[in-house]
Design a protein around this ligand. Structure first.
Ligand code: UT7
Length: 371
């Protein structure tokens, strides 16, 4: 029996704090006019001290689980796509798993920069289609505001914080994610890079002083690459789904730059009215931008059950990719999922597990005294 991976839940979370172009113009040599005309961005959301990649991911996930009416204990897999994880390890996905109380799920982070959500969507889909798992939670979450140099006008005007999540569920009915392409070209790795802080360049006073822990970007080259691959990836994914671009009702692109999106759609000969753009309000939230734009498209009634939608993105790596999905909409409600109760249950579960681990360590220590 063929299995399909349907998107049955979706959710987004963005910080409340807004940073406008005028606010930025008070910090660096730029202007609202320059930013809007070159990128389309008007404002972006910035995480406050209590918010982080994991907290935004958990908020988005709870909303997605609520739409899907799925208990976290029924999740088999959690993938957090992010370039701004809480730590190198443990994976942010494990923190999310704990805070959701998803006791039966494997969890890992995926790093494919702004294309990450497409990669995660495809990996989750393949795991479901193989029959290995039934339910997956796919999250794109970022707090890139913590990684940009707020004195570098080339980058600080672009990025914003946020998270979006999809629930994927197995069904024998044809639909859900029906094709995807994932591509990479590491020869362009230096075009968009955060060089410091890992094994290649561990943190030292010098790396910190010379700004190696901030995002560095060759904007023009990334721009040229993006306009080329967005159209290519879309065409390839549509062809793989045995469709044509005329069969597509909505394109939801990575929200990096309005001019990149316009150029890509022009070369696809696809109408702008059938494309979702919300970068004016959120800036580039990297891997979170596609699920956030999807949530807003649903809120606005632009995505209905049965519609064919293309997700397409590009980013550091270099990476790029696209996925075609037949929109499923939520399944019939079978039970009520209460986020507050879930959150309390997850906290209690986590506390009990830590407590038991401590007791276990004490007992183990008594029976295995140090030599
Ligand atoms: O998710 C992937 C993440 N990255 C991207 O998507 C980046 C893709 N690239 C872009 O979006 C664009 O290349 C930028 C928005 C970053 C830059 O736009 P551009 O039209 O490619 O500008 P440019 O880099 O060619 O710079 C034009 C001028 C330069 O001055 P000169 O050399 O002509 O005197 C820059 O120094 O604009 C200057 N400039 C700025 N001026 C005011 C660069 N940044 C700014 C700024 N405000 N923020």
């Amino acid at each position: 029996m063929s299995l399909y991976a349907h998107i049955t839940g979706w959710g987004m979370a963005v910080p409340e704090q807004i940073l406008t172009n005028d606010d930025l113009a008070r910090q660096v040599d730029t202007s609202d006019e320059w930013i809007q005309s070159r990128t389309g961005i008007r404002e972006r959301r910035i995480a406050n001290g209590d918010e982080s990649t994991a907290t935004l991911a958990v908020e988005a996930s709870l909303r997605a689980l609520q739409v899907a009416n799925l208990d976290p204990m029924d999740l088999d897999l959690i993938i957090v796509s992010t370039s701004s994880p809480e730590y190198i390890f443990p994976a942010t996905a494990c923190l999310v798993q704990d805070r959701l109380g998803a006791g039966n799920a494997g969890a890992f982070d995926l790093l494919a920069a702004c294309t990450g959500f497409i990669y995660a969507l495809n990996i989750g889909t393949q795991a479901i289609r193989s029959g290995a798992i039934r339910n997956a939670l796919i999250i794109g979450a970022e707090t890139l505001s913590r990684l940009v140099d707020w004195k570098d006008r080339n980058t600080c005007i672009l990025f914003g914080d946020g998270a979006g999540a999809f629930v994927l569920q197995a069904s024998p009915e044809r639909g859900g994610v029906i094709s995807a392409v994932m591509r990479s070209d590491g020869s362009g790795g230096d075009l968009l890079i955060l060089p410091g802080g890992c094994s290649r360049m561990p943190a030292t006073y010098e790396t910190v002083a010379s700004g190696k822990h901030y995002i560095q970007m060759n904007g023009r080259e990334v721009f040229r690459f993006a306009t080329r691959v967005m159209a290519q990836a879309t065409e390839e994914a549509v062809r793989k789904a045995e469709l044509t671009i005329k069969d597509v009702q909505l394109v939801i692109p990575h929200q990096a730059n309005q001019r990149i999106i316009e150029a890509a759609l022009r070369s696809l000969n696809f109408p702008m009215e059938q494309c979702v753009i919300n970068l004016d309000r959120y800036g580039n939230t990297s891997t979170a931008s596609i699920p956030i734009a999807t949530c807003e498209a649903i809120q606005q009634g632009r995505l209905k059950a049965g519609d064919t939608v293309v997700f397409v993105g590009f980013g550091a790596g270099l990476t790029w990719g696209a996925a075609v999905a037949v929109w499923s909409g939520p399944q019939p409600v079978v039970r009520r999922m209460l986020p507050l109760r879930l959150r309390l249950y997850a906290r209690l579960r986590s506390w009990i597990r830590r407590f038991l681990r401590r007791i276990d360590a004490m007992i183990w220590g008594r029976h295995n005294p140090p030599i």
